[in-house]
Design a protein around this ligand. Structure first.
Ligand SMILES: O=C(O)CCC(=O)C(=O)O
Ligand SMILES: [Fe+2]
Length: 338
């Protein structure tokens, strides 16, 4: 790792995020994940082909071209196939998701955990608020009801705002990295340095008062923070970005010709509430109790399969037996359009 650990912690505390270069080895960590996802894309193509939604499995296309073609032909995005996590509502025994061994290997990567340890200490829990985001070039994407691409930029938020109140005192950090290089035109994270430390800002539902490409969705109105101070964080594959949970951030649009493909993982000290108790986390590192570390990818995968079975009998048809992941309700005065 090129950045000394003292600098990691100092930089993180000062500006609310830190970018660390060369943490994940592209050959041994990232390439196996990409390889694994070729199979995930096969699953998606097979399911859609059998359902008569696409006219070919497009096996001859590259990963990027195949994703684009499938999203175009079906008119929608299929992120659930690629994600490790599950939706909150309407899960069934066959809801697709991916928890493969190469993915798990990145979650417990020693270099990555070394960086996280500098910030939250050596007792590290993998928090289940985690996502894979595959965003094709916007120019190739079908549009939603707002005339916006079906997967576009991420709107302004704090990660603290996506967990429930039980996790208000949790020292959760986000680790973001991309599987392929993410230059500015591919739509990297866009962060507001020094925006942490002021607590949780109001997130408004289906908000329309920010920039046009952010129309809809749950987001913080731009007048509540210094959005003009935002900076994009382009990355090379292998780099990671660690975010404070109060840092305000969004992402840019993918105006490149390639898919933009990232993982965002979260970690917190063992024993603190994850803010999503319906989903499974695990001990990623414990210096105190090394036997408690999960090292078997099959066990991790099973945790999610068990969760899927449990979720298949709750939170159906608009009911929510478990607490919703969101704390936000309509009607806050901060959300009025001026
Ligand atoms: O990658 C993105 O578009 C957004 C990711 C994000 O908000 C996060 O990692 O917390
Ligand atoms: Fe985020």
């Amino acid at each position: 790792m090129v950045t000394a650990s003292k600098t990691i912690k100092d930089t993180f505390d000062r500006q609310g995020f830190v970018q660390v270069e060369g943490v994940l080895d592209p050959k041994t960590v990232l390439d196996p994940i990409i390889e694994e996802y070729h199979g995930v894309l096969d699953n998606l193509a097979n399911d859609l082909f059998e359902a008569g939604e696409i006219s070919s499995r497009y096996e001859e296309l590259s990963f990027d071209e195949r994703v684009i073609k499938i999203y175009q032909e079906t008119g929608r995005a299929h992120n659930q196939y690629f994600d490790f996590s599950l939706p909150f509502q309407g899960v069934t025994e066959d809801t697709p998701h991916w928890t493969g061994p190469a993915v798990f290997n990145a979650f417990i990567n020693d270099n990555l955990l070394d960086a996280v340890e500098q910030i939250i200490g050596p007792e590290i829990f993998s928090n289940p608020v985690q996502h894979v985001r595959i965003k094709p070039p916007e120019k190739f994407l079908p549009k939603n009801e707002h005339g916006l691409p079906v997967i576009g930029p991420t709107v302004w938020h704090q990660d603290h705002g996506v967990v429930t109140e039980e996790a208000d005192d949790t020292n959760m950090v986000t680790v973001w990295f991309s599987l392929t290089d993410t230059p500015v035109e591919a739509g990297p994270l866009n962060v507001v340095p020094f925006s942490h430390g002021e607590g949780l800002l109001t997130h408004c539902l289906d908000y329309e008062g920010n920039r046009p490409e952010f129309r809809g969705g749950r987001q913080i109105p731009e007048r509540l923070f210094e959005h003009e101070r935002s900076v994009p964080l382009p990355t090379n594959r292998g780099d990671i970005i660690i975010l404070n949970k109060e840092l305000v951030h969004s992402s840019l649009s993918n105006v490149s010709d390639r898919i933009r493909w990232s993982f965002d993982l979260r970690y917190n000290p063992i024993g603190q509430n994850t803010g999503r108790s319906a989903f499974p986390g695990f001990v990623a590192r414990s210096r105190e109790n090394p036997e408690s570390e999960l090292r078997d990818p099959a066990k991790w995968s099973q945790l999610w399969l068990d969760t899927r079975s449990r979720m298949a009998s709750i939170n159906q048809a608009g009911k929510d037996e478990t607490k919703n992941f969101t704390r936000w309700e309509d009607g806050h005065p901060d959300c009025e359009m001026l």
